[in-house]
Design a protein around this ligand. Structure first.
Ligand code: WTA
Length: 704
């Protein structure tokens, strides 16, 4: 299998490098080099194809230097370009923070005391400036020819957002209240997010692939009395009944969390299979979206909120315990989302942006709903999946709308690459200027395919490293003249981001070297807290290395000072660019009767980046086999959702898992065994094992 580690660059003769650089200049046919190029300058064809917010690497360097030397001045200058109902106080510092829990509670403040509204800045400002007719969204449905494609202008979006804001208010949502959405990707989802923001409510989007149990937990944790959902969605050739999941989740929330969902607003997808069951609507609780919006005016006052009031809570997996409800606030997130979008994707009027992410993830929050709209961008919103009806779908969309920047995940690129180049070359992708990637390290082979086949060596690759917690890009090769791209490296810190590498003891690694990636100064879109548990936030991100925000990722700094992300350093797996905590997977597995214990590790996978490999310890008298495997799959589906799929199960007998004397599972050993290692004595130090004999059993059980 391909190793997904970004730090692995296959060696190749120097002439290969020259060849791909030449090919770029003289427009040679788009055939990838036999081995991926090591370095490629930001292509001249790209630089000539557009104007630039940031023309050169020198200008990046100068601006970056200013952003870290005087962050308050740098960010406040940018913040003043937005509309503030009330400016932040002149007599207190615009930025304040503490990243050292020993010195008091951890906090980040940007422009506290100032009042603004992100929805107003994303919509009203543009409409007032004459941009009402600019297209905000081209909606592309799952099935290309089903007649549901539509175009939504900024003026139309503003009117819908206002009607939705009234409908939310009518359902009882007020300032500071939470609204959960459980919807497919479409225009309605960002509409609800913006409507909530307009009235000072807090949105919490739950990806429409999570199970009823997972949704119930999030409804309760977010304390949401109102949910916006949809009758269902066609994803690829499958129909998914979201309303049934929502109803079950509401019942579970009542039963198990003592939490009441008072009201559900239900969007009609318009793609429900004919002849199927009717949608079950509970009178007094459920109302159709059209009815809820009916009769409300297309204007709505704005609730001005403090820059540090919460904007949204988005749940993400952690290494232990329940998912973390990451809380972002209005002012900093607004400025961070807008600024990173502007510079990473060099958005210019007339460009068409296409992010393939669902708003159920942070990428959809920052680079569908907020970043693009704050920049008055035109974008494609896509309901479907990259392989439906065939593996050319994304490139067909690029051709249809003249997309100039596409933003997707390496796992999608790897699966599309496998389908064959003809799915790309049969479409005209020459409008592309920017090729964005996110979610995991991109392997050089996928990078090269993206660059050569999709981008015809005329578009520049932006490998953006960031997290739900960071709110926006923190490391990315900006599309500037003079930068040499390195396939697999995210390279340059974004403005205001001060990365550092620390060794296990917390000592700073200077110059070339590897370590834990931490950030030592605040940036505007940094997380502020975890929903309902500030102490947990401090202990997860700020305690091991006081004074720093710890990303949980490892990184390497090369001789040029560029950063290469090397993967998680904690017990979080990254499967198809979705994070899954080992603890949540393991607890779903041990919920199956007959299973005593389980430990899961990630193994490299050609398409999904990482795949889940589970060691499952059986109770005496239980037999491992297809029936038990099916039960495990079902339990994962029910508790987490279909994204939590175990690739390999290794049944483990009575001796159990390798543990230290203090009872800690030695995952390092399990990882080695899972990738097929260990038989030649390369297991490393096993002296801390309480019972060395367990290894014999585990090695015997591999591959059976
Ligand atoms: C990983 C997604 C390498 C990383 C925006 C991070 C990446 C986690 C990259 C966050 C990248 C994301 N290169 N690794 N370009 N982008 N990651 O919260 O491990 O869903 O910590 O946010 O994805 O995932 P999350």
């Amino acid at each position: 299998t391909d190793a997904p580690a970004s730090s692995v660059v296959k060696p190749h003769p120097p002439e290969m490098e020259n060849k791909s650089a030449d090919a770029d200049a003289c427009g040679a046919p788009a055939v990838p080099a036999a081995s991926p190029p090591k370095e490629v300058p930001v292509p001249a064809a790209y630089l000539e194809s557009t104007s630039h917010h940031l023309p050169s690497l020198d200008e990046y360097n100068a601006l970056y230097a200013r952003s870290v030397a005087d962050p308050a001045a740098f960010w406040s200058d940018i913040a003043r370009e937005f509309h503030w109902h009330k400016p932040w106080p002149a007599d207190t510092p615009p930025i304040a923070w503490n990243y050292d829990p020993r010195a008091g509670p951890v906090f980040t403040h940007f422009w506290k005391g100032g009042q603004t509204n992100i929805c107003y800045n994303a919509l009203d400002v543009h409409v007032a400036a004459g941009g009402g007719d600019t297209v905000a969204f081209f909606f592309e449905p799952n099935d290309p020819d089903d007649g549901r494609a539509r175009t939504v202008t900024y003026a139309a979006l503003l009117a819908d957002v206002c009607r939705t804001a009234h409908a939310l208010r009518a359902a009882g949502v007020g300032r500071g209240d939470a609204v959960v959405t459980y919807m497919p990707m479409g225009v309605e989802l960002p509409t609800v997010m913006l409507a909530a923001a307009r009235i000072g409510a807090v949105h919490s989007v739950v990806f429409g692939g999570f199970s009823p149990v997972a949704l119930a937990g999030r409804l309760a944790a977010a304390n949401a009395a109102v949910m916006v959902t949809c009758d269902g969605v066609r994803r690829g050739s499958k129909w998914i009944d979201l309303k049934a999941v929502a109803d079950e989740a509401v019942a579970i929330a009542a039963r198990e969390h003592n939490h009441t969902v008072r009201s559900q607003i239900v969007v009609a997808s318009g793609s429900r299979p004919a002849g199927g069951e009717d949608v079950l609507m509970t009178p007094g609780r459920d109302v159709w979206w059209d009815d809820a919006l009916q009769g409300h005016p297309s204007t709505c006052d704005v609730v001005w909120v403090d820059a540090e009031d919460p904007l949204f809570c988005l749940f993400t997996s952690g290494s232990t315990g329940a998912p973390k409800g990451i809380v972002h606030t209005v002012g900093g997130y607004m400025v961070g989302a807008a600024t990173t979008f502007k510079y990473s994707f060099n958005y210019m009027p007339g460009d068409v942006f296409f992010c393939t992410a669902d708003c159920g993830w942070i990428t959809g929050h920052t680079y569908v709903t907020y970043g693009p709209l704050l920049n008055r961008a035109t974008q494609v919103v896509f309901e479907g999946i990259p392989t439906h009806p065939d593996a050319g779908r994304l490139w067909g969309i690029v051709a249809k709308y003249g997309v100039t920047a596409v933003y997707t995940a390496p796992t999608a690129l790897r699966s599309l690459k496998r389908a064959g180049d003809e799915f790309v070359t049969s479409h005209n992708t020459s409008s592309l200027k920017i090729l964005g990637t996110v979610g995991e390290p991109i392997n050089p082979e996928a990078w090269d395919w993206y660059y050569s086949i999709v981008g015809n060596r005329r578009a520049t690759v932006v490998d953006s490293y960031w997290q739900t917690e960071t709110g926006g890009h923190v490391v990315a090769p900006l599309p500037v003249a003079g930068l040499v791209l390195k396939p697999g490296a995210a390279q340059l810190p974004h403005f205001g981001v001060v990365p550092a590498l620390l060794d296990d003891d917390g000592k700073v690694v200077e110059g070339e070297g590897s370590g834990h990636l931490v950030i030592s100064a605040p940036w505007p879109s940094a997380l502020r807290t975890l929903m309902g548990d500030h102490k947990r936030m401090e202990s997860i991100y700020f305690t091991r290395f006081p004074g720093y925000y710890a990303t949980g990722d490892g990184a390497r700094r090369d001789a040029d000072g560029h950063l290469w992300l090397t993967g998680r350093t904690d017990d979080v797996l990254n499967v198809s660019a979705h994070l899954l905590g080992t603890a949540e997977i393991e607890s779903a597995i041990v919920a199956v009767p007959g299973i005593a214990e389980s430990a899961v590790v990630g193994v490299p996978h050609e398409v999904t980046g990482e795949a889940i490999y589970a060691f499952v310890v059986l109770m005496p008298g239980t037999k491992g086999g297809d029936a038990l495997r099916a039960e495990i799959t079902a339990s994962l589906r029910v508790r987490i959702g279909p994204i939590a799929r175990v690739e390999t199960i290794q049944w483990v007998g009575a001796r159990g898992l390798p543990k230290t004397r203090s009872g800690k599972i030695l995952r390092r050993l399990l990882r080695k065994i899972a990738v097929g290692g260990g038989r030649d004595g390369d297991l490393g130090d096993v002296s801390t094992l309480a019972d060395p004999d367990v290894l014999t059993d585990l090695l015997d059980g591999y591959g059976k």
